[in-house]
Design a protein around this ligand. Sequence first.
Ligand SMILES: Nc1ncnc2c1ncn2[C@@H]1O[C@H](COP(=O)(O)OP(=O)(O)OP(=O)(O)O)[C@@H](O)[C@H]1O
Ligand SMILES: [Mg+2]
Length: 241
Amino acid sequence: MNNNLQAPLISSASAIVLRGVTKSFVVESQRVEALRGVNLNIERGTCVSITGRSGAGKSTLLHIIGTLDRPSEGSVTIGGIDVSRLSDQATSKFRNRKLGFVFQSSNLLPEFSAIENVMMPGMIAGAIGLQARQRATRLLASVGLEARIAHRPAELSGGEQQRVAIARALFMAPEVLLVDEPTGNLDKSTSLAIQDLLLELAVAHKTTMVLVTHDQLLASRMPSRIIMEDGRVLSGTGVSL
Ligand SMILES: Nc1ncnc2c1ncn2[C@@H]1O[C@H](COP(=O)(O)OP(=O)(O)OP(=O)(O)O)[C@@H](O)[C@H]1O
Ligand SMILES: [Mg+2]
């Protein structure tokens, strides 16, 4: 058991701190510098958008903040914990307890119902039972899906699937919600409804949210904004670099 997860979080106003983060990939002896030294401080409870051209490094940055990938160099601290130093096992546990994810494709498990998908992070953490079921039901109601809890993903529309994914991301009351192009696959009105929902829920749950998007309207609705170019943060509004 890693002590880092047992210890109380170091009190800090910053939910996310990145120092000198680089990431390079090598494909067939060609080196790609996806991140070229990113420094970032995102305060607790901030909702921040990341925009920038295709290939700028947005998803790579989000994956590294989300502990889905490790930086080549530099440090990543989330809620006072230096996640770059956690073992693989501790990292999985940290991710399950502290982070929520919403991606362009909802990635729901096809053989499970909506409510089971929402409860899945709790099941992984060992919390199954009436309380978990009640929390999942409440979350599904908060995304307008109280009448769909027994539906499997194939029996839901794309927008409904994405709402289940949002409810699932919030199930563990994560400190940080990481969102990558949540409305990329949706029509305009569904997309607006999902955007409203994400912003409302992030504020209601006091969650720090980092959201990658190509949608300038959505980006402009976020109180803080980061623009990336060629593996670097070009500018930041409402965050310190
Ligand atoms: N696993 C990988 N292996 C090799 N190269 C990668 C890998 N992941 C990303 N890259 C490269 O790193 C760069 C940044 O990719 P990234 O996915 O972060 O871009 P992005 O800003 O999210 O773009 P988009 O807006 O198109 O989603 C790109 O040039 C990409 O080809
Ligand atoms: Mg991307």
